[in-house]
Design a protein around this ligand. Sequence first.
Ligand SMILES: Cc1cc2nc3c(=O)[nH]c(=O)nc-3n(C[C@H](O)[C@H](O)[C@H](O)COP(=O)(O)OP(=O)(O)OC[C@H]3O[C@@H](n4cnc5c(N)ncnc54)[C@H](O)[C@@H]3O)c2cc1C
Length: 283
Amino acid sequence: MTPEEFRYMRPGNLAEAVAALAEPGAKLLSGGQSLLPLMRLRFAAPKALVDLQDVAELKGIEERGSEIRIGAFTRHVDVAASAPWQALREAAEQTGDRQVRRLGTIGGAVSHADPAGDLPAALLALGARVELMGTSGRRSVPLDEFFVGPLMTAAQEDEVLESVFVPAEGKDSGSAYRKLRQEASGFALVGVAARLQFDSAGTCQAAGIGVTGVGLAPYRAGAAEEILLGTLVGDADVEKALGAILEGVDVAADAYASAEYRSDMCRLFAKRAIEAAKSQARA
Ligand SMILES: Cc1cc2nc3c(=O)[nH]c(=O)nc-3n(C[C@H](O)[C@H](O)[C@H](O)COP(=O)(O)OP(=O)(O)OC[C@H]3O[C@@H](n4cnc5c(N)ncnc54)[C@H](O)[C@@H]3O)c2cc1C
């Protein structure tokens, strides 16, 4: 099928992009890897597309104090090659195929809020935040408050997601993303990212766990993180944390996996991600 007719706009900077969103029925276009297939199927029919490809403010990866800023229009290939944190690079490397990674962007992936998106899991584990620019100015939102449901975020209609911020990698820290792919689509049946940081005595002083493919939206497994904090992340600590990884989550069941299988795989892939993050931190 072909999309319904729409107006095409190509702003040259961020202020123009925000202004263009005032057009009734306007929608932002980044890599088009989620939006264009929906338009071709006529599940989405925006009256106008605001193409962000010329907005220089949305591009690039740079240090900003204790954080790393990743512009929203940074492509998956560039995140895979140049982003900090192994978990983030691994999630970008495992997103779609080569063509999707060459075109898709981190801002598009976060804004699309797919319940099985890879990058959201890694970013949640890292404790990321996003900055949005709208007609009333710029605001910062922690990523675990940004995803509010399947394909739903806390962004307002007049806001452009401008940047994703992750903490700079500290000493004795490690991270990893482990994914069980759904064979036909390549999307995560389950994906888990873990980030750990240890002090000089080997005690865990920071823990982050992001889960995708399991609930209605990617989520941060706060109860499991709490269990790991202050421990040596030994086998018994990990087992205890795995017992809490699905706390408060309505586990999805579909044609590809029962809730029971998904829960088992979530614990298994969480174990692998935690162990990989630990061995990286100790390397
Ligand atoms: C064949 C195929 C396989 C895929 N496999 C995977 C996979 O395995 N794992 C995975 O995670 N994803 C997968 N994807 C999705 C892919 O990662 C997309 O690139 C990504 O979800 C959307 O990024 P995009 O830049 O293409 O955004 P677009 O498609 O351009 O936009 C997506 C949505 O975000 C909005 N948006 C875009 N940019 C902004 C912004 N800066 N501010 C606010 N809103 C914005 C748009 O209006 C739209 O609603 C796959 C896609 C395809 C086509």
